[in-house]
Structures are given as structure tokens and as C-alpha cells.
Write a protein that binds this ligand. Sequence first.
Ligand SMILES: Nc1ncnc2c1ncn2[C@@H]1O[C@H](COP(=O)(O)OP(=O)(O)OP(=O)(O)O)[C@@H](O)[C@H]1O
Ligand SMILES: [Mg+2]
Length: 1005
Amino acid sequence: MDPIDLEFDGMCDTLKEEVEDNTDIIMEGALIARDRVGVQDFVLLDSHTSEAAFLNNLRKRYQENLIYTYIGTLLVSVNPYKELDIYTVTQMQLYRGVNFFELPPHLYAIADNAYRVMCSEYNNHFILISGESGAGKTEASKKILQYYAVTCPTTEQLQVVRDRLLLSNPVLEAFGNAKTLRNDNSSRFGKYMDIQFDFKGAPVGGHILSYLIEKSRVVHQNHGERNFHIFYQLLEGGEKDLLCWLGLERNPQKYAYLIQGRCAKVFSINDKNDWKIVRKAFSIIDFTEKDLEHLFGIVASVLHLGNIQFEEDSNGHAIIRNGTQIKWISKLLGVHLSILQEALTHRKIEARSEEVLSPLNVDLAFYARDAVAKAIYGRTFTWLVNKINGSLANKDSTRKTVIGLLDIYGFEVLDTNSFEQFCINYCNEKLQQLLIEMTLKAEQEEYEMEGIEWEPIPYFNNKIICDLVEQKHKGIISILDEECLRPGEATDLSFLEKLEEKVGDHAHFVTRKLADQKTRKSIDWVDFRLLHYAGEVTYCAVGFLEKNNDLLYRNLKEVLCNSKNGIVRECFLLSELDSRRRPETVATQFKNSLMSLIEILMSKEPSYVRCIKPNENKEPGKFDDCLIRHQVKYLGLMEHLRVRRAGFAYRRKYEHFLQRYKSLCPATWPHWHGPAAEGVEKLIKHIGYKPEEYKLGRFIKGFINRKKPLCPENIEFVRLVQYKYLMKLRDHIPRNVLDKSWLQPPSILEEVKFAAGPSVCTDLAQISEMLQKICIRNLVRKYCRGVTPERKVQLQQKAVTSAIFRGKKEGYQQSINLPFADTRLKETDINPKVLQLIQGEKVKVRKENWSSAAVSTSQALQPHVMPQREELIPASYSQYATPVVKYDRNGFKARERLLVLTQSSAYVVEMAKIKQKIDYATLKGISTSNLCDGIVVIHVPEDNKQKGDVILQCEHVFETVTKLCMLSNKQNLVKVVKGRCQTRQSLDEKQFQFLVTRNGKEPAG
Ligand SMILES: Nc1ncnc2c1ncn2[C@@H]1O[C@H](COP(=O)(O)OP(=O)(O)OP(=O)(O)O)[C@@H](O)[C@H]1O
Ligand SMILES: [Mg+2]
């Protein structure tokens, strides 16, 4: 009989028998006896701060095959490395619907608890299973799935869904798991699976999200490791006809991609049997014969690709040594033989409108070959997940709740760690962070909220490492992407140098160059080391750029897009060839997918299973103290215990507690008529608990009554929330005028209806608004006080510039940060004769500004102050002067001139001559173009005195125009003209374009 039948059909039969049989009572008795070994909840340990006591308890229980122990509601599991009889249907039945703490610790209790809360509260859950590679995560997730498959209500119709859910596992494991040094069935991809339940609690569908499969394994395996299981399964178990059709031999030793780790055969793995399970699974998950033909065609093609060898022709170009493999690939992938041959030995280069084929050398041909193998395998895996999702999808649209199971590759430290380990370990950092956020941090905040006396427990927060890896612009992934995308010669070593430059001073980062003498010896020149939460890992930077880029030559992609193999064609869409956008790098895609995973998880109720690996040899019964101590440490189990211990393992709402235990006290039995909190108090006193053994939350009552108007039941709670909010506000108050953030008051405070009355003006929403206004006013005042008079004038001028040019003229944005000069020419730079002539003029100036012989430009340029008392005084010195280029209106000849602005007029000056004087009173307007040229046209009437419009080019156009219009008080007359400026003398387009292009700027259309 097939193992698959044994596993599931057998399980269901036994279930039926055992439900009728009453053996569970005996079973329970036996479990309770076994349970006396150590404590089944670490919270009950006498010396709860002692790591030794913790390990002792774990060891004692492990040696009695008690692999599960709780820390409150978190389950610690130690891999037994042997089959235990604790996963029978009888056991499942035992845990079904029973209160969490009433039975010994078990995965089933965690699964059942999540399920029952989901059914009663109709909310979504997830079970996070974490631990390092080989600790037992995948086994745990499979056992939970089996538990639901067996214990949840089902119908004949739903049995199909149940089987598909269960059988998706062997298929995904065949394609996504492999033997590594750490684990014979190591998950080389991340998996998050939602099981969907209907309102009756029946599993009705599912959905799988997969994360970054380790594609490099397809073409390379370390010593002692294997390629993905499916290759060996196919060769060992595949029917003769099938192998013949695929052109394969049964012997894995014949395939280069399978023997690099030199362990194609492993005694703990039965590839032949596993093949049968996978075959059966395929038929249940709705794969057609055509699908399978194409799928195995791809698997076989990868093997054939691995056997292709290249040699050099007389020109040093790569040619394929033997035509056999390529013929098989051409047949199985449905691609043209000669086109494939050419694509594997040439690269298509696009030069302008032409495409040129450039021959590859032997190294590049091998690179191209491996890239194809990785690409088709990786994409086929994604196709497989989608196909399974199609068969698990529940089509009806009624509301469902879900329990998610997260089983992701565990933390990994190898002898040589590469890009893959970097991604895997980063993923584990993220999950650790999630756990901290949702347990240690949240738990402590809850106690504070409850007003229960609390001594904060320190823990290591690994956010600092997550930031080091993922921070925008500054993190390792950003630096890696920058190196991958920048033009020029970027290499793994230049990436390493960039890391040293940008994160070299981070406490969790070190390289050989940065290390002290002692550490230096253990780091190579091409390595960088990260101090992860779970320990140090040294990564070899070689290959990081290539793996992050994950490029496949365009002509190879073209071949695959035109494949007749249905799966390949679905995986390589023609539309991809049209897209000129560079795809996101592998690390960034992975980072983004993890971010969305965290979001998915954060929206659900969590349960945790922490898996521990007892020894490095996969040996049953061996408890390696040192290895386990390390895991206990980095998994934060001691801190978790301390938080739980300080915070009481058993927490219940007053009502639930009273209902459950009221029979223990005559005052509460059979009915308690007063408030539940008081009933609990009576009950507890009657039982005789010591005060340090329990705490009554002060605020539960307040919380329950939070929507009522302020009353004695909730007033204390509301005050506490107010206080907490204000304290938090103190730490998050905006620190500068531009910071518009404001901490919103918790909704509870808005929900409370405040009774009107002079003594309770406590509507915090209003108070918060007032505080925000005060805060902004205060920041503004502080800012204004700090502004010097010079800066004030600058800002006023900039404000005028903004009003005129913002969004209208090119180059404005870049000019904002460039300060305006008082003047571009000193008076000594202007010919004294000219100055004398200008001084002869009389102008009106505000009396109070006239404090010295010369009015400073800054003072003069205060536009908003209207003169209160005016006097006729000499124009004195210039207010602003700058060199300009003036264009003749006839012939547009460029001439160097000075523009001098005084209080009353603008002067165009040539050496000792005033060429033109423009009285501000007669000024009709000022035009500039919207382009980034410096052309300014000053419009003046053409009469006897004036010569007409002046066309100037200024280097500091924004500054000059601002000064001119402020001095003349003609801001409203400035026009920013699209494309060209119009002069009264109707400068035609051709002429103006000439003018603009002469000055090196392209006129816009
Ligand atoms: N509860 C268990 N009972 C018996 N054997 C177990 C149990 N859990 C794990 N094992 C053994 O340990 C091996 C490794 O477990 P598993 O594949 O679940 O590790 P993992 O944590 O998923 O590792 P990775 O991160 O590499 O995928 C299993 O193949 C199995 O032999
Ligand atoms: Mg696994």
C-alpha cells in the first residue's frame, strides 16, 4: 500500500474507531503520570531567572521524550530525531476542544487553542514556528495541518480540499527542499500557508505564499549536500517509459548537477517512496497529464543542461562539445535546436537600431547555461505554487476566517555563507523582531496599561540589525543595489568597500579592515561579518552582485518565451521582452515580500512555537548543553519567561474567571450578583492566595465601561489613558516648525462622553488640539526670534521670488538654497563719474530708515513697510549693482554693461557713461522666460526720454529681478512668459530664439 494511503486513510479510520472507543481516559492518565517530569510550564520553575534551571528542566523532560514545554502560551519544542507516539489520532482527539492548560504541552494544544478562539471570536490567527535549520519547524507545521485535517468538521465534498491541503506539502517539499549539512529535508524556500475556515469551522480552502527559493542549489551544492529532492526522486522512482521519454538514465551519478556534493544517495531518504507520494499528490491536486509532461520535461531539461560542456574553437569562442543533451533539451522545452545552440554560445547586443550577435567565451557560456537552469527552475517553482493555489482556492465569497502557518528557512551558519544565507538570516531577524514587537514589548505595555506594578525587563531588541540590513539608502541592501545598478566597473570588492565606507561604524558590522587584531585572523579580505541576534555570521561577498542582479541574457529569454512547453511559456512571457524597465533586484524583492508578510501577520492573533535543535548530528536522545544554551539565549526564552513570570501566566477576564471557579467559594456559588471584579476578589480571599501570587487589574472595569459617560467605574482608567497619552506626547512633540506630525489621542478618549461640568473639563481631543496650536505657535515664535535681521531680509526677498517664479520658471527650485547677495558690485567697482551723476538724483525715502549716509540694501528692500514720513533726499549710492549683458534691439548684438539700481531708477551703465536711465515710475513691466535662461526684458515706454524695452541677460536672474521689482515696488508687473519674452518692439520668435540659443540655452517649444 502507498505510504500516502497509510498516512491519511489510516489516520481517518483510526479516528473513527477511537472516537467510539473510550481509550482517551486511559491515555490522559498516562500523560498526567509522565507529566510529573520537571515542570510543564517554565513559569512554574522555582528559579526562573536561572539559565541552568531552565536547561535542566528541558533536559529532564527531553530524556523522557517530553519534547514540549510551555512558557505561558508559547510552546518550546525540542527535536526528538525519532518517531514518537504522540501524534496519533487518539492524541488529536484528546486535545480537541480542551482548555489549554488542562493537558500536557503539545503542538495540538496550540493548534486547538488558535482554532477555538478563531471560531468563538471570529478573527484571524497565525502560528509562527521559528528556530534554526533542522530544529523541526516543517515537521511541526505539517503536524498542525494534520491536526486540523483530522479534527475539524468536514463533509464529503470538503474532503477533497482537506486532501489537497495535506498533499500540497509533499509536492512543494520535493521541489523546494533538499538535503543540507544541517538537515536532510531542509526547506530552501519560505512558506506561509493560510487555511481558510467557513463559519462552521470547516477547512474550505487555502492559499500559499512562497518566499525566495535558493536557486543557486540547482547548479551548485556544497560538499555533503544535495540538489532539490525532485531530481533524485524522478531518477529513482520514475517509470522506465517516462525516463526513456525524458532521455534520462536512472543513475544520478551521470548528472553533473546532482553529484557536486558527492552524496546523491542518502540512507535516511527513500527517494523511490517519496516519488510515489509526489505522483499521487499530483493527481489529487488536479495536475493534468499534459501539466506533468511539461513539468518533468523541465526537470529533465535542467539535468541535461548540467551535462552540456563547452570547448574553445580556434577563435577562442565557445562551442558545444556534444550535441546529445542539447537535442533532448530542444525536444523537451519545445525550442528550435539551432536557435538554442546559438543562444547558449552567443549574446545579443543591441547597438542603436541593430542587433549584433557576439560569441561568448567558454566561461561566459557556462555562466549562461547555469543562468538558464536557475531561471527555469526558479520560475517553475513559482508556477507550481500558483497551480496549487488554484486547486486550493475556495470560490464561494462568504466570509472566512483563517489560520496562517509560517514555516520559513531557519537561521543558518555554514562554513562559507553567501548571498542566500544573508537573505535567510535577514528573514529570521525580521521574524525575531515581529516576535519582540508582539510579545516582549506588547506584554509589558499591557501591564502598564492595566496599572499593575511592573519592573521593566530588559531584552535585546534586534531592530538595530534589521535597520542595518534594510534601511533605505543606508542599509546593506540599498548599498548592494546601488552597486548593482550604477554604471561603471562595480565588483563584489567595490561593494565591500562601499559597505566599509557607509556602515563601517555600525556596532553589528565588521570586516577584516575594521576588525581588531584578534578578530582579523578569522575574517578574509572578501568577507564581511554581521553580529546577528543569533550569533556572528561571516559572509563571503563574492557573488553578491551577480546573485542580486540575477540576469539572464536577452536572447536566452527570447528562446524561452517562444517555447512550446506550456509551463515555460507561462513563466517567460513575451511582454517581459518589451519592458525596458530593469526588474527589481533579488534582495529588494525579498525585502518587500517580507515587509508585506509582516503586515499580514501583524493583522492577526499570534501563537508561537519555538523549535530547538538538540545536537548537530541529528541524533535521538542527545542533548548538547552548549548548543541548546546558545539557542535558549538568542531565542530570548529567558526574557520571555521573566516577562511571563512577572506578569502571571494565567490571565483571565473577571467574568470568565468567576464563571470557571465560582464553585470554590460559598459567596460566589451558585450565583454572584454583584460586579464580577468584586466576586473574584471574594473568591480569591476565600481560597487564601497570598497577595504576591495574584494581581487584579485595576482597569479592566474601566476599559469595559469606556464608552459610557465619565463615571466612577471608568474615571480612573480614563485618567490613566490621558496620563499615558500626555507622557507619550512629551516624547513625540514636534521639534521644528516644519514637523507637522502630531500624536493623535487614543480613540478611547474620544469615545468617552464627558459629563458637562466645571470640574471635569477633560475632553482630551480638544485639549490635544489646543496643545497642538500652542506647540506650533511656540515653535514659530522660537524660530522667528532666532532669525537675524539679515536673514529676515533674505527670507522676505525669497518670499517675493517664490511668489513670482515658483512653478513657473526652470531653475527656480535649485535657486532656493542659494542666498541672495546684497550686491554683486561694490561702489568702488562703479565709475566715480557715474556715481556722481546718480547722486544728483533726488528720491523719496522713509525717514526712519535713513540712519546713516548710506541706506543699506537690506533696509531698503523691505517691501511691506509703507513710508510713514517721506522726504526728498539724495539717491545716494546704488542699492544693487550687477554686471549684465545687454542686447541691442537692432541686430541683437551682445554688449557688456552694468545694471545699477537705486531707490528711484535703474541705470544701464557702460564704463563712465549712463547709457539708459529707467525711472521706476515709468516702468511698465518686467518679463522673463519660463526656461532656465537669464534673459530679462524691462518694458518701458518709447518716448523722447526713454529708448524703449531693455533686453538684458543676468547671471543671477532671480536675484536681479527680485531686487528690481522690490525697489520699484512693481512685483505685480513681472511676467514669466512661456518660451520667449515679448518686447514692445515685437521681437519676433526667430530673433528671440537666436538670442536665447546664443546664450547656450535651448528654447523650449
Ligand atoms: N516532532 C518530530 N518528531 C520526529 N522527528 C522530528 C520532529 N521534528 C523534526 N524531526 C526530525 O528532524 C528533521 C528536521 O526537521 P525539519 O525539517 O522540520 O526542520 P526545519 O526546522 O524545518 O529545518 P529547515 O530550516 O532546514 O527547513 C526532520 O526531517 C525529522 O527527521
Ligand atoms: Mg523546514
